[in-house]
Structures are given as structure tokens and as C-alpha cells.
Write a protein that binds this ligand. Structure first.
Ligand SMILES: C[S@@+](CC[C@H](N)C(=O)[O-])C[C@H]1O[C@@H](n2cnc3c(N)ncnc32)[C@H](O)[C@@H]1O
Length: 294
């Protein structure tokens, strides 16, 4: 960055937007604004009233570092340490998957089934593969009587989820358990609903994944065997003994594994015929299965 003109907020944004565009960033202007707001310790919206302000050397150095990392492919959410999900703000680190908007469909499907139960009695649910805790915490916030068990195989992810639960004031409602799917639960742990956004990408798909996902997001959160179905297969096998009769199993998945995942549930004699909900792009996104009543 040359020194002939002062580096104002406006000039830094323009320069950085052009630079990130050359580096093929998807949303260069938004990224530049978010990173400059982070370096200045202000809200993004405040940049618009500070356009002509000259940025001091210290925040400029901080900004330069952030832009360098972004240009190398580091996702903005990890650089900020935050991501919005279901209109709430969550802490994220490279130990957890960055929450995706598609997962809000899974939350809505769970809320639809829980609302009546949770109003009148204490419903119990289990979130398998909690990651940042975005699903467990959103459900606990919306249903204050809900009791949640949040499972993850990653101790580092559970720490992030615990911090998020504290920040959102729902730590009392959520028990965090390190477990490989449901295996560490006591036999008598029985839920009204099990919700999961498990890893569902096949190792065969690895070469076609975007570079920033592959390079920066935890592989334990992404991949599940050659065909992407290991976790779903095992969850469908384990879930019935931890679900009440008539209880729900809700799983997020993607279009590549959708047909095979539906076939797995259909082949189980423990569930009624499953249904599938689509996301805004009309892609199959949520698998809904109900444990048979008897
Ligand atoms: C796709 S991420 C979902 C994270 C979060 N629920 C979300 O929707 O953003 C999958 C999560 O499952 C966890 N996981 C992977 N294999 C697991 C297993 N066998 N048992 C429990 N958790 C597992 C990963 O550590 C990761 O946090």
C-alpha cells in the first residue's frame, strides 16, 4: 500500500475489494468491510459514517494481516471468530464447522415437531455432532423447557459449543457429552427427538470440494467414509433404542447422498416411511423419520 495519499476507510475498502477480487474471493466488498470493521473494533455499518477517516497505523497493520489470510483462502468466519446462525451470533474456531444457512431448515423441522410437546412438558432431545452448538442452542433458546444432550466426538468442538451455550444463557439446559454417535449414552437415555447434521461427504468427493472448505474446515465434520454414509448408516441403526415410540429422527444431508440415505431408513423395520424436506435451492436437505409407535 503506497503512502502518497492518506489511507482512509474509503480508500482501504476500495483497494482491498479490488485485491480480493483478483484473488477470486466470492464476496470481496463484504469481506473487506467485515475485516476492516474487525480491525477497527467497530460495527460494519459504522464504516459508512467514517469513510473519510484516516486509519491509524496499528489497526491498518491488523487489517493487512487479516486481508493476507483471507487472500490465502481462510474463511472470513474463522478470521472474525463469529458467524450468524438463525439470527444469533455464534463463536466459531477452526475446530468447528462454520454453521451453514441450510442447517436452519433442520432447526425449523425440529421446532415444528417439538413446539407442542415442549410447551406442556419437558421434552428431551439429543443433537448428534453438535459442532459449534448452533442447533442445540437455537432449539434451547426457542424452547426454554427443552432438555438437550449435545454430543460430539471432538472435545475441542464441545468446548466451543459450551462457550456458545454460556454466551446465549442456555448452559443449564444443555448437557455436553463426548461420544462416538450415541455409544457413550446410558442404555436408558431416551429422547423425544434426535437431531443431527452429521458429516455426509464421501471421500470420493474430496477432489471437487472448494479449496477453502477442504483446507480450513475440520475433516471430521465433513467426511464420513468413501460414500459419505457411514455416520448416517450407524445413526439410523443406533437411534431406535434411544427414541421413545413415535419419537423423531431428523438428519441433515445433501443431494449426493439423499437417495441412499432414504433407502437406509426405509430398509430399517424400526421407522415409518421417511419424508424429505427441500432447502431454498430445492435440493433435498432434511430427512425425517418417525420411530414406529410399537
Ligand atoms: C457437519 S458438522 C455439524 C456441526 C453443527 N451441528 C452444525 O450444524 O453446524 C458434524 C459434526 O459431527 C461431529 N462428528 C463427526 N463424527 C462424529 C461421531 N462419530 N460421533 C459424534 N460426532 C461426530 C464433528 O466433530 C462435527 O462437529
Amino acid at each position: 500500500m503506497s503512502a502518497e495519499e492518506p489511507w482512509t476507510v474509503g480508500r482501504l475498502l476500495k483497494w482491498t475489494t479490488d485485491y480480493l477480487q483478483q484473488q477470486q474471493a466470492d464476496s470481496p466488498r463484504l469481506d473487506a468491510e467485515l475485516l476492516l470493521a474487525q480491525a477497527l473494533g467497530c460495527k460494519r455499518i459504522e464504516l459508512y459514517t467514517r469513510f473519510d477517516e484516516v486509519v491509524a497505523e496499528e489497526p491498518r497493520g491488523k487489517f493487512r494481516q487479516l486481508v493476507k489470510q483471507r487472500a490465502a483462502g481462510m474463511p472470513v468466519a474463522y478470521l472474525l471468530g463469529r458467524r450468524e446462525f438463525y439470527s444469533r451470533d455464534f463463536r466459531v474456531t477452526p475446530d468447528v464447522l462454520i454453521p451453514r444457512p441450510e442447517t436452519e431448515h433442520l432447526v425449523i423441522a425440529a421446532l415444528d415437531r417439538l413446539r407442542e410437546t415442549a410447551k406442556t412438558e419437558t421434552a428431551r432431545i439429543c443433537d448428534v455432532g453438535a459442532g459449534s452448538g448452533c442447533i442445540a442452542i437455537t432449539l434451547a433458546k426457542d424452547l426454554p423447557k427443552l432438555q438437550v444432550t449435545a454430543i460430539d466426538i471432538s472435545a475441542a468442538a464441545l468446548q466451543v459449543a459450551q462457550q456458545n451455550a454460556e454466551e446465549h444463557g442456555v448452559a443449564e439446559q444443555i448437557k455436553f457429552v463426548k461420544s462416538d454417535l450415541l455409544t457413550a449414552l446410558p442404555e436408558n437415555a431416551v429422547f423425544d427427538l434426535i437431531v443431527s447434521n452429521p458429516p455426509y461427504i464421501g471421500l470420493v468427493e474430496k477432489p471437487s470440494l472448494p479449496k477453502d472448505v477442504l483446507q480450513y474446515e475440520p475433516h471430521v465434520a465433513l467426511f464420513s467414509g468413501e460414500d459419505g454414509l457411514d455416520a448416517i448408516r450407524e445413526l439410523v441403526r443406533q437411534a431406535p433404542s434411544h427414541l421413545k415410540p413415535g419419537g423423531w429422527l431428523l438428519i441433515e444431508f445433501g443431494p449426493v447422498v439423499a437417495e441412499a440415505a432414504v433407502a437406509i431408513v426405509t430398509a430399517s423395520d424400526q421407522f415409518e416411511a421417511p419424508t424429505v424436506e427441500k432447502d431454498l435451492a430445492k435440493l433435498p436437505r432434511v430427512l425425517i423419520a418417525r420411530r414406529k409407535a410399537t
